[in-house]
Write a protein that binds this ligand. Sequence first.
Ligand SMILES: Cc1ncc(COP(=O)(O)O)c(C=O)c1O
Length: 378
Amino acid sequence: MAPAGIEFNFGSGMPDPGTFPSEALAGAAQRVIVREGASLVRYPDARGYLPLREIAAQRFRRNHSVDVPASHVTLTTGSMQAIILATQAFVRAGDTVVVEEFCYSGTLGVLRQFGAQIAGVPLDDQGLRPEALEGTLDRLAREGRRVAFVYTIATHQNPSGTILPLERRKALLDICKGRGVLVVEDDCYADVVFEGVMPPAIYTLGEPGDVLYIGSFSKILGPGARLGYCIAPEGLAERLLAFKRDGGTSALSSMIVAEYLKDHLWSHVGEVCAAVKAKRDSLFAALERELGGLVDWTHPRGGLFSWVKLPQGIDTQALARLAKERGLQYGSGRSFDAADRDVPYLRLAFGFIDESLIPEGVARLGACIEGAAPGARR
Ligand SMILES: Cc1ncc(COP(=O)(O)O)c(C=O)c1O
């Protein structure tokens, strides 16, 4: 069969297109450009457009109940740039970066590109296991390998959707602090919460300089804005800024987004979460109906992904081929595996896909899995 186009996009971690505030952003652009547009003849401030940094600080305060000054916020071109800058600043040749054993593919790609060794720490249904982290760091020390930092997505981990409990956050920090290892905390799903109260960021539990915090506007607005940031005290931030040679994060994009979010941040976050939660619920219902007894999946309380454990022995190449033929896109397990193994998992992203397509998409996925793992239904 000829490959169809992508009809069912469970592949990318993008937000709901229906909640993109086009009209309001157009109005914000008109206002702010008339008012401040002439400042665009200059290069942006090295740390980025101040009103957006203030919004990032406000957002942090509301989510984590701790004040951070806007002077500790540095805007970046998406949070991806903060990950790249941290890698450039802290990884020396031969260094290892410790990550959750299943980890955001973008980060793995950056670490590999810059020549970092990667060590994965096993996860359970509550995220990274502190004793496994300790074991990994001890082993690396015995092998004489320097650890540049521990990178963690503690809240709505990508891809597994786990939320690291407070006690584990404290343990993780103690373990790293005791060994003088920096923690890089990627919290780009902080606001995409469907139920429950999230534990505070690891950043709030440490002393200045223990943790580099990374945030993003991509998951509540859209990655097309290319706006992310890091929060770090002086000294740490300067080490990243030394590698930021792009002339600054777009002041035009920042001013439009800040003008909109200054009055709409929390109402917008509420709309985004309601829309994405409805899709998650449809996905759960469809998985139950179509894939029950065939695969297991995680039940995230926020974020954009469910991590699906496939039947042992499944032919993942055949699955990829069948899925492509049927117009399905998903994240392959391998792309999230720190050790680049062909693991029997896949990631379903539920933020972007039209809700009405979810039942049919999951039914097709079920047929593809049965085709790639005959006789696997329990
Ligand atoms: C955990 C994590 N970090 C960072 C990013 C990069 O996002 P952006 O550069 O758009 O802020 C993503 C995108 O999917 C992500 O899932």
